[in-house]
Design a protein around this ligand. Structure first.
Ligand code: SAM
Length: 465
């Protein structure tokens, strides 16, 4: 593999390319580098940068300097796959690195990116027709990295040349050289032979839906911490099981955003589900706000019973409590549940029966909380929902699962009816989930719609690919 780097600071790459695995990869012929100094493309006393048009004090590298650098290197090493670096680029992750490494290995065969023993020559005997020879001459023959400095590149340069614009994260560095080095390390690890064992790169964090499992070395006892017995047992099956469970638990609690974007296989979903704390829903028809600002009770709606039950079942909730102290309202709910919990309902629509089995009628919030505690042996973490946003230490966003799940307690999501939950309920809750909003000024969802959206935002799978 051949990589050219076009930079204002070539000195940064000297120790980097001469250290450890990268030095060895070069020596073994897996990769060859060329580092070009952008200053060598300026005329005597010519500035390399110039001010941006419009307001603002920023400077940009002049486009024609980049143009000259690219032309020179491509005349020597052939057409390049050009990668620019910018915080606005495509986020670098293991998936992108894997895709690129496969692409470069495939495209590189006979076209020049991948050269045995670092040779710069295109193998002449690989193609058979003039058309193939021509295609090969124009095929990408090396990777060119173009880290910027100052305010970045003139937008037209990226437009004209960039095959890929890469960001290494949502923060701004002083220049693209560290991102280029991050890219080089990430990519080279995936080139066969660069890192010792193939399994070392295949089983690591972010190669699949789960992060890596914890690892230990000697001594067995260190500062009062002991290497888990199972790891020392020699029982390969048990060790594999322990590692898989640790990886899944760690991913669920600390990297749920990654997991929900990358879990695809049924067995991985089932494994992850074992480590999501048990969730419950409560729909309050008591202690809710009424018109005129009073606290009181509200009437049940059969649609809310059905639809929230179906959503709760979809997102793996354990139970869905409906709270009403009003006897006539309880009668209506009981009648409906009797139908769906017995043979008539089961035969009529078995799927609906499965969903409505989650529904439990109770007279008060305390009764629901006590039922959860008796089922789980721990008090649930209470999360209130509201259409209003509160400026409170208890406020949570929909990426904050870790803050709740690391408490290792069951979780209950509490929904209000009428004008929303009364302050007396909100005050009791441990957390307050933010309102569900779109890019409009209308904020009047039905509770069943809000519940479905909240379950999805908090617990849903949302694959990237
Ligand atoms: C000061 S930054 C320019 C930031 C740019 N004005 C913006 O806000 O998007 C200068 C250069 O550093 C590099 N850089 C800084 N942060 C980066 C990141 N997170 N990922 C990739 N490159 C980055 C890019 O090459 C960028 O053009």
């Amino acid at each position: 593999m051949r990589i050219s780097i076009v930079t204002l600071f070539p000195a940064l790459y000297e120790p980097f390319l001469r250290t450890s695995l990268i030095e060895r990869a070069v020596a073994a012929g897996h990769v060859s580098f060329s580092v070009e100094n952008l200053f060598s493309y300026t005329a005597a006393k010519e500035r390399i940068d110039s001010p941006t048009f419009g307001h603002g004090a920023g400077m940009l590298i002049k486009p024609e300097i980049i143009e000259k650098a690219i032309a020179k290197k491509e005349s020597e090493w052939g057409p390049a796959f050009k990668i620019f670096f910018s915080p606005q680029g495509k986020k670098l992750d293991q998936g992108l690195l894997t895709t690129l490494s496969k692409k470069f290995l495939k495209d590189g065969k006979g076209a020049g990116i991948v050269q045995a023993n670092g040779s710069d020559q295109i193998a002449a005997n690989d193609s058979h027709s003039p058309a193939e020879d021509d295609a090969k001459r124009h095929a990408v023959q090396h990777i060119m990295l173009l880290p910027a400095r100052y305010e970045g590149m003139d937008a037209r340069v990226e437009q004209e040349y960039a095959d890929l614009l890469v960001s290494i994260g949502d923060y701004v560095l002083m220049g693209g050289d560290l991102p280029a080095m991050v890219f080089i390390e990430g990519l080279l690890r995936l080139i066969p032979g660069v890192v010792g064992k193939a399994e070392s790169v295949e089983e690591e964090s972010f190669s699949g839906p789960f992060v890596d499992y914890p690892e230990f070395t000697a001594p067995i006892e260190w500062k009062g911490h002991t290497v888990p017995k199972v790891i020392r047992s020699g029982n390969h099956k048990e060790i594999a099981r322990w590692r898989r469970d640790q990886a899944a638990q760690n991913t669920v609690v600390h990297h749920f955003s990654w997991l929900r974007e990358h879990v695809i296989k049924k067995e991985d979903k089932e494994l992850a589900a074992r480590f999501i704390p048990p969730h419950y829903a409560i729909l309050m028809h008591d202690q809710v706000m009424l018109e005129g600002g009073r606290e009181g009770t509200s009437s049940v709606t059969s649609l809310d019973i059905h639809d929230i039950a179906r959503s709760a079942r979809t997102y793996g909730l354990k139970k869905y409590f409906i709270v009403t102290p009003l006897l006539d309202q309880q009668k209506i709910i009981r009648k409906l549940l009797e139908f769906w919990h017995t043979s008539v309902g089961i035969d009529y629509n078995p799927q609906r029966h499965i969903a409505l089995q989650l529904v439990v009628l109770v007279s008060s919030l305390d009764e629901a909380l006590a039922a959860i505690e008796s089922e789980q042996g721990k008090q649930p973490v209470m999360m209130a929902t509201s259409a209003k946003s509160y400026d409170s230490e208890k406020s949570l966003g929909y990426h904050d699962q870790e803050a709740v799940w690391c408490l290792q307690r069951p979780v209950v999501v509490i929904f209000g009816t009428a004008r929303g939950l009364a302050q007396s309920v909100i005050d009791r809750c441990d957390f307050l989930l933010g309102p569900v909003e779109g890019f409009s000024d209308f904020n009047h969802l039905s509770v069943r719609s809000a519940a479905a959206i909240i379950f999805d935002r908090w617990l849903g799978i949302n694959p990237r690919d």
